[in-house]
Write a protein that binds this ligand. Structure first.
Ligand code: NAD
Length: 362
């Protein structure tokens, strides 16, 4: 076991080194040959304002050049803060004319989930690469239409699963692949927070709200990434302790997943409970991550004493730099649209199971 531990640390070290330095190392080659990609953020709410725009000030391979908003009062604030020229400011009506703007290479869709498909497809039809926030869309049909539009227009589609760019998450994915503790036997994962809002899109079904799509995809990703398998059946139960707020969508979803190898996962998500952890039990050991899906500080430990604790300067900057580099270098994206679709297939089955109170096969 000691030998295995050393091997893991050594290899994990390589993961960390590669993750931390690849964009910068490649940048020295890339920058002299190519300009940075120009990014336009669509939807200037919490995630764009507090996380993505600040992260775009730290990126090497892309930069914030445009905004698309339905709130005119935000325009002067963003123009002044980020030096965005008038010609790169759009609203939802004139958005399609972004096709004629060579400053913008990538459109990043950061809207409520029900709007992801429309804006991804319009961006693709305008000839722009698309980054789209999670959950990819409320339905499998939407996800498939988004993937098709990007393929038809020969543009790339990346989903904003920032955690898959985090070396701490890559480390437990690697344990699942290399199996130093044998096969996975069971996974437990949870992702939730207390949301005190009463009238936000997260509480609105038509806009794509509900804990499952929002935080539940992190619990689901934990199980999928730790096993490296896709679920073959689900059993789910939705509940709420605040029916006056959560009458259209679930406050909490508990779901069990069965995988082809026989592994089972028990997962929870909620807008009423703070939780953020993953435990994987293998034939000969275990791995725990807590937090597991945060913006920073994700870390974990293993039964043989190995610690998973890689530090990265900024998760979203790393995500966008790696996605920009993949576009520039024409290499595979870490999280393409197909990966977003894999989750939504399971999410659809989870909703069906909760509604019908039965096991749903995938
Ligand atoms: P938000 O409510 O703060 O912002 C949504 C934006 O969409 C607002 O600017 C709002 O004006 C605009 N909008 C346009 N039409 C709207 C409509 N009909 N109803 C409501 N808003 C409308 O939401 P957010 O937290 O920024 O989330 C946006 C997206 O980003 C979601 O897909 C969410 O899941 C995702 N997100 C991802 C992460 C992550 O860690 N990857 C974190 C937070 C949010």
């Amino acid at each position: 076991m000691e030998k295995q531990r050393r091997i893991f640390i050594q290899k994990a070290g390589l993961i960390a080194a590669a993750s931390a330095f690849t964009p910068q190392i490649l940048l020295s080659k890339t920058r002299s040959q190519k300009k940075k990609l120009g990014v336009a953020l669509v939807g200037l709410g919490y995630y764009s304002t507090d996380l993505l725009a600040p992260a775009l000030q730290l990126t090497n391979n892309c930069e914030l050049r445009g905004i698309v908003t339905g709130s005119p009062e935000k325009i002067p604030v963003w123009k002044e803060k980020y030096g965005i020229p008038d010609k790169n400011v759009y609203n939802y009506k004139n958005f399609d004319t972004i096709a004629n703007n060579p400053d913008i290479d990538v459109v990043y869709v950061v809207l409520p989930p029900s709007m992801h498909a429309e804006y991804t497809i319009r961006a693709a039809n305008a000839g722009k690469h698309v980054w789209c926030e999670k959950p990819m869309a409320p339905s499998v049909a939407d996800c498939e239409a988004m993937i098709k539009a990007c393929k038809d227009n020969k543009v790339k589609l990346a989903i904003g699963y920032r955690c898959q760019h985090d070396p701490n998450i890559q480390a437990y994915m690697k344990v699942g692949k290399e199996k130093p503790f044998g096969k996975v036997r069971m996974v437990t994962s949870a992702a939730g927070y207390f949301d005190g809002r009463t009238n936000h899109w997260k509480q609105n079904k038509k806009l794509g709200g509900g804990a499952m799509g929002d935080m539940g995809v992190y619990a689901l990703q934990g199980a999928r990434l730790a096993t490296g398998e896709e679920p073959i059946s689900v059993l789910a139960q939705a509940s709420t302790t605040r029916p006056e707020i959560y009458h259209e969508v679930e406050e909490t979803m508990m779901f069990q997943l069965e995988f082809p190898s026989g592994v089972r996962a028990s997962c929870q998500t909620s807008f009423g409970i703070n939780m953020n952890h993953l435990q994987v039990n293998y034939e000969k050991g275990w791995l725990k991550m807590a937090p597991h899906s945060s913006y920073n500080g994700n870390n974990g430990s293993m039964s043989d004493g190995t610690i998973i604790k890689f530090s990265i300067a900024n998760q979203q900057a790393k995500q966008m730099d790696e996605d920009a580099l993949a576009i520039m270098e024409k290499t595979d994206l870490i999280v393409p649209g197909e990966e977003g679709l894999r989750d939504i297939r399971v999410v659809e089955a989870i909703y069906k199971s909760a509604a019908q109170n039965c096991v749903v096969k995938l």
